[in-house]
Design a protein around this ligand. Structure first.
Ligand SMILES: Nc1nc2c(c(=O)[nH]1)N[C@H]1C(S)=C(S)[C@@H](COP(=O)(O)O)O[C@H]1N2
Ligand SMILES: [Mo]
Length: 223
């Protein structure tokens, strides 16, 4: 099996992320995704709206920036590009040119992607994994899946999508571990300042402790 540079396959698919000190957020009874930014009028995307969009299945590996890869995952959902072309583009004024997308989760987590990357054909608004609805560990009720980019772009528990015409400020831009703007796994674009090879050994030491922390916060392992 060929993995992107600096990645190692692990067994299973751990709950992971930067918000692991909290249990996964509760899913509201009627979950919605608020859509805003530079669209003419902000709008709300309900589960029913999503159900009307064409669905696809996608088999892909998942690569965390810390260096682990979960292999052979089977996602189902709506291609992000389909949602954008059918529901967002028609609302844009002719002169508006979207460059960036901000994804937000119910736990307050945010990721930023270039529109160009978000429109990749393997990018989904996913609601199922391996034939089952997403569990709270993996992003219920819906999450972004962009397997060509590091895990940190793949915002779970999606509740907001904002479209921008220039780069929005990254709250972590002054951190040495600030995210790479493109985060493409095959180019090893892990971070904005530090080359991927430099952070590999540090991350490899952190994966074990973070997984242990994550197992404690997981609803699945505590219920
Ligand atoms: N809402 C939310 N989404 C998130 C995170 C998070 O902490 N909260 N962590 C990110 C990171 S760093 C990774 S590696 C993946 C982990 O996805 P998993 O928990 O399904 O393995 O989720 C990403 N999306
Ligand atoms: Mo990650």
């Amino acid at each position: 099996m060929v993995l992107p540079p600096g990645q190692r396959a692990i067994d299973g698919f751990p709950r992971f992320g930067t918000h692991l000190h909290h249990p996964p957020p509760q899913v509201p009874a009627d979950p919605v995704i608020e859509v805003g930014g530079t669209v003419s009028e902000p709008f709300v995307l309900t589960t029913g709206d999503l159900a009307e969009l064409p669905r696809v299945e996608l088999k892909a590996d998942f690569h965390c920036v810390a260096g682990w890869s979960a292999t052979g995952l089977r996602w189902e959902g709506i291609p992000f590009a389909t949602f954008y072309r059918l529901r967002v583009e028609p609302l844009l004024a002719p002169a508006v040119s979207i460059t960036h997308v901000v994804f937000e989760g119910l736990d307050g987590y945010q990721s930023i992607a270039l529109l160009e990357d978000a429109l990749g054909e393997d990018v989904l608004i996913a609601d199922r994994l391996d034939g089952e609805p997403l569990t709270s560990d993996h992003g219920a009720p819906v999450r972004l899946v962009s397997p060509s980019q590091y895990g940190f772009v793949n915002t779970k528990h999606l509740c907001r999508i904002d479209f921008h015409t220039s780069a929005p400020p990254d709250p972590d831009r002054f951190s040495p571990l600030a995210a790479h703007a493109r985060a493409r796994v095959w180019n090893e674009e892990r971070h904005r300042y530090l080359p991927g090879r430099v952070v590999r050994p540090i991350y490899h030491r952190l994966i074990g402790p973070i997984r242990a922390l994550s197992a404690r916060g997981s609803r699945e392992s505590t219920e």
